[in-house]
Write a protein that binds this ligand. Structure first.
Ligand code: NAD
Length: 504
């Protein structure tokens, strides 16, 4: 408890922020209570959205490069406090140290990206059909952006959204996962520090530019229902997206959905198996299989199937499981008992559907009786059955066989989700086919790297039940702005479009 208090204080949180609230926070590492935070009501959310709307009225008029300066200062706070925030991510979400640090690095990277972007929020000039006219397209600030985030990337996902939303001239209201509220409070505290520095330098950032409200689904629903929230960016399960999407659509709001994945790697006969083994193991078992981009399925050519599966299984059994803060441990805990139950249920279904299961048992119960550590599981499946087609948020890798590449691609695509995918091959034709129109149907299609661990420079997101949203790099910023088409007449005539005559 003393470590967490020192850590949270060092990140700018007073004791009252993480004590005495209704939401008790436990570490998945050992079940210890980390704190208890205050939750919001639906009414609190409505008031927060109204304040955010007020903040937007001011912020949208601040020049974008100035807005970028605030994000730059926030990035500086993240650099200064990287190891403290990363340790908090490990304590609260159970990530191994390097992954906690990687998560904060992603926040820094997106801030850098957004700062550059703040000078490049460009539109187009379009040829007008009318003489003496100019037509152009501008991108303008959108409004309040509501951000709902999942436990497994407790702070990076918010940063992907907030850094872009802020340089685009919007205000943000954040509903983090109820499983990871402390990292959200700490992030907000670092943002508030940056805002104070910005204002001290003559900045002019309104007080309620970014707010965080804690609680479960009901608080998220209040955010989703708020008319003044122009864009709801929601990251989490497909179940959550199914609830959120139609509600936002019913009020003609905008939605950016980043939902579940069921990611596969195809391994062809020409693959470099050393690379493939490492890519598959990290993808399937890193973060204890709790990434939206985790590798859930490996589809292996028949000629190398038995050899590769044997190698994967041997390596799987030797992965070091344990306290993620201890150097050398590669697999930390599952987030909670419900995650463990879901994993056991999936393995039972897999057995019933003809699968042969290695691993999957609970371990370390003597050292950590209140935590949920598991052996990663490998399941040899006879076919892509129902359980393989669903996302189980745990370290389970299903293995499947193929003969022809078309068949492998068809298997890879024959799931409801469409987030990430990869092929290991040294055959140029196979690689290009995999990335082509008749290849992978996912938002991410990689060659000779695994399915997880995207860089912020590219647009991130997926198709089908993954929700269709794109965040982070490339032109994802456009989702946080509204487009206006302007036609300017600098002639002395009033020609109508399409040659229409309306002479008075
Ligand atoms: P979850 O769906 O249980 O919760 C996600 C968030 O949604 C939480 O903040 C939760 O309180 C909120 N929520 C739940 N129901 C809601 C409702 N009806 N209205 C409004 N808000 C609601 O997900 P989780 O267990 O925290 O995270 C794991 C899931 O997230 C996995 O399916 C994973 O694939 C997915 N995920 C996707 C991405 C991506 O970018 N595609 C990234 C991370 C996680």
């Amino acid at each position: 408890m003393n470590e967490i208090k020192t850590l949270l204080n060092s990140l700018g949180l007073p004791d009252a922020a993480f004590n005495g609230g209704a939401l008790v926070v436990r570490s998945p590492i050992d079940g210890a209570v980390l704190g208890s935070v205050h939750t919001a009501s639906a009414g609190d959310m409505r008031e927060a959205v109204a304040r955010a709307h007020g903040a937007f009225q001011t912020w949208r008029t601040v020049p974008a490069p100035r807005r970028g300066e605030l994000v730059r200062l926030f990035g500086e706070e993240l650099r200064t406090h990287k190891s403290a925030l990363a340790r908090l991510v490990s304590l609260e979400a159970g990530k191994v140290t390097s992954e906690g640090e990687g998560e904060v690095q992603e926040m820094i990277d997106i801030c850098d990206f957004a700062v550059g972007l703040s000078r490049q929020l460009h539109g187009l000039t379009i040829a007008s059909e009318r003489p003496g006219h100019r037509m152009m397209e501008q991108w303008l600030p959108l409004g309040v952006v509501g951000i709902i985030s999942a436990f497994n990337f407790p702070v990076a996902v918010w940063a992907w959204n907030a850094a872009l939303a802020l340089v685009c001239g919007n205000s943000c209201v954040w509903k983090p996962s109820e499983k990871t509220p402390l990292t959200a409070l700490a992030t907000q505290a670092l943002f508030d520090k940056a805002r104070v520095h910005f204002d001290a330098a003559g900045g002019g950032a309104p007080a309620h530019l970014s707010q965080v409200l804690q609680g479960g689904a009901a608080v998220g629903e209040a955010l989703v229902d708020a008319e003044q929230v122009a864009l709801v960016s929601a990251t989490g399960s497909t179940r959550m997206g199914r609830a959120v999407g139609p509600k936002v659509a019913a009020r003609f709001g905008r939605c950016l959905l980043e939902l579940g994945g069921n990611n596969a790697i195809i391994v062809s006969p020409s693959a470099d198996l050393e690379l493939a083994v490492r890519g598959i193991l990290f993808g399937a078992y890193g973060t204890a299989g709790q990434r939206c981009t985790s590798t859930r399925r490996v589809i292996i050519h028949e000629s190398i199937h038995d050899e590769l599966v044997a190698r994967l299984d041997t390596a799987r059994a030797s992965l070091r499981i344990g306290n993620p803060l201890v150097a050398g441990h590669l697999i930390g805990p599952l987030i909670d008992a419900a995650a463990f139950d879901a994993m056991q249920q999936a393995l039972a279904h897999a057995r019933a559907q003809g699968g042969e299961v290695s691993g999957g048992a609970r371990v370390l119960t003597d050292v950590h009786p209140e935590a949920w550590y598991v052996q990663p599981a490998l399941v040899r499946m006879p076919a892509q059955t129902a359980v393989v087609r669903q996302e189980t948020f745990a370290p389970i890798l299903y293995t499947l066989k193929y003969l022809q590449l078309d068949e492998a691609i068809a298997l890879q695509n024959d799931v409801p989700q469409g987030l990430s995918s990869a092929i290991f091959t040294n055959d140029l034709r196979e690689a290009e086919q995999f990335m082509s129109a008749r290849g992978s149907d996912c938002g991410i299609a990689n060659v000779n790297i695994g399915t997880s661990g995207a860089e912020i420079g590219g647009a991130f997101g997926g198709e089908k039940e993954t929700g269709g949203g794109r965040e982070s790099g490339s032109d994802a910023w456009r989702a946080y702005m509204r487009r206006t088409t302007n036609t300017i007449n600098y002639s002395r005539e009033l020609p109508l479009a399409q040659g229409v005559k309306f002479d008075l």
